[in-house]
Design a protein around this ligand. Structure first.
Ligand SMILES: *[C@@H]1O[C@H](CO)[C@@H](O)[C@H](O)[C@H]1NC(C)=O
Ligand SMILES: *[C@@H]1O[C@H](CO)[C@@H](O)[C@H](O)[C@H]1NC(C)=O
Length: 266
């Protein structure tokens, strides 16, 4: 024990020093490579499952031949709540997901989409179709932030192209980028980043040789509670596809906003 303490003390001082100099404190990080991994600290809701022979997380159900089913929704939610803000501190976060959306051998058009979302802890599974498993049947949910990868342009409300959109409390995106056919039939990598100092949400997407970007400025603490949970969702409506997640990385760090208030969690 004494020996252990001797070893730990310099390490602890180093940690304290690092915390003090960068004025950073509590952090949450996780990384899942679903290739052969079935994490037990994710909550699987609705359809989300690992097909028996799979190397990925499948968000919506398929039939015995692997064809997607209509009007389904599924989500994987990280089971540890995340501190988004507290007095004098707000979180920066970054997440990277790799996924494929496939639509082969089906007569129906591809739909609906996949999201990364942040919501109050314990919010139940939402509606299918254009609600992506996170919004209610009217496409609203005031306390949800999401980045949607929307492969079905809903006539009259969505832009007329397949898009990546930033959603604040509603499936009507605040900003979108036209992704053409890039989200279909190939691996997509999306990096989502939020910096509390500027309130800038930025999304970078790469698929094959193409890349896309969309951003929006919004203070997340104006509509989300202090403790939140993060997840991935997928849904089909009348339009269908298979939503498979290959890997998911997430990290968040509470950054002190007020000078002289350094919270330590060592
Ligand atoms: C939002 O969701 C509702 C219910 O699913 C749907 O009727 C509406 O078209 C959706 N809006 C967008 C912009 O996708
Ligand atoms: C929409 O995203 C683009 C690309 O990041 C950005 O240049 C533009 O300013 C954004 N529009 C709004 C309203 O935030």
């Amino acid at each position: 024990m004494a020996k252990l303490l001797q070893t730990l003390t310099p390490l602890l001082s180093l940690l304290l020093l690092a915390t003090a100099t960068t004025a950073r404190s509590q952090a949450t990080s996780f990384i899942y490579d679903f290739y052969g991994q079935k994490p037990t600290d994710l909550l699987y809701q609705g359809d989300a499952h690992f097909p028996s022979d799979s190397t990925f997380l499948r968000l919506t159900n398929t039939d015995n031949s692997g064809n997607p089913l209509s009007h389904r929704a599924g989500r994987a939610v990280h089971s540890n709540p995340i501190h988004l803000y507290q007095a004098g501190a707000h979180a920066d976060f970054e997440t990277t997901l790799k996924f494929t959306i496939s639509h082969t051998g089906t007569a129906s058009v591809p739909g609906d989409g996949l999201t990364f979302f942040i919501q109050p802890v314990g919010t139940p599974l939402g509606f299918t179709g254009a609600s992506f498993g996170i919004f209610n049947p009217s496409g609203l949910n005031p306390a949800v932030f999401a980045v949607e990868f929307d492969i079905y342009p809903n006539a009259g409300v969505d832009p007329s192209y397949r898009h990546v959109g930033i959603d604040i409390g509603s499936n009507v995106s605040k900003n979108t980028t036209d992704v053409g056919g890039a989200l279909l039939g190939q691996e997509v990598t999306a990096r989502i980043n939020y910096v509390q100092a500027t309130k800038l949400i930025s999304v970078q997407v790469s698929a094959g040789s193409e890349s896309f970007e969309v951003s929006y400025v919004q203070d997340l603490s104006t509509f989300l509670p202090q403790m939140v949970e993060v997840g991935l969702s997928g849904s089909t409506g009348g339009a269908i596809a298979v939503f498979d997640v290959v890997s998911w990385y997430f990290t968040s760090t509470l950054v002190n906003t007020g000078a002289g208030h350094i919270h330590q969690y060592v």
